[in-house]
Design a protein. Structure first.
Length: 181
């Protein structure tokens, strides 16, 4: 296995990638204690802002971490196997539908990994201050569905947050798996 290409995604490629995805991992820390959870989000490319709807019980670990206003990292990623012919190519780093003729070693397959890391502080949003545009973005955050929670819906706190990253970086890595994969 060889890493054949590492590419930093442009701002436009990063925004396009974030617009296609809807889930990631939110990592929080306080002192020396980390905490990471899967989340869904909406993303406004023009404002470079994430919209998160976080669901928890009132006494949950998640709520305790959020109350400490920690620095947050949101990691969004995907990986795809591409079977094809030819060499790992010069395709657009943000192209989700890579032409199989451009990727691979002729006998095997390649894997393409994309990831974006956003670093900043979560801001709690008062529902009374929501604009129509904000509501549309929160509507994009379709998960988690309440059916996955073991508690009654009335026992859950639903809090709205935004994350406007101080740093936002996207990467694409291509790995040639070769014939033996």
């Amino acid at each position: 296995m060889a890493i054949d290409s590492r590419t930093e995604m442009s701002a436009d490629e990063t925004a396009a990638f974030l617009g296609r995805q809807e889930t990631g991992v939110l990592a929080l820390a306080r002192a020396d204690e980390p905490y990471a959870i899967p989340v869904s989000y909406g993303f406004d490319a023009g404002r470079r802002r994430f919209y998160l709807r976080l669901v928890s019980t009132p006494d949950s670990e998640k709520r305790r971490f959020l109350a400490s206003e920690p620095t947050a990292r949101l990691v969004v990623y995907e990986g795809e196997d591409v079977v094809g012919v030819g060499d790992l190519g010069d395709h657009d780093a943000g192209d989700a539908d890579v032409d199989i003729a451009e990727v691979g070693d002729g006998d095997g397959h390649a894997e393409i990994y994309r990831s974006v890391v956003a670093v900043g502080t979560l801001q709690h949003v008062d529902p009374a201050a929501l604009t129509v545009e904000d509501i549309e973005q929160y509507g994009s955050a379709e998960r988690p569905l309440f059916e996955i929670w073991p508690h009654q819906k009335g026992d859950l706190d639903i809090e709205l947050y935004t994350l406007t990253p101080e740093r936002l970086s996207g990467r694409l890595v291509e790995v040639d798996r070769g014939a033996g994969g």
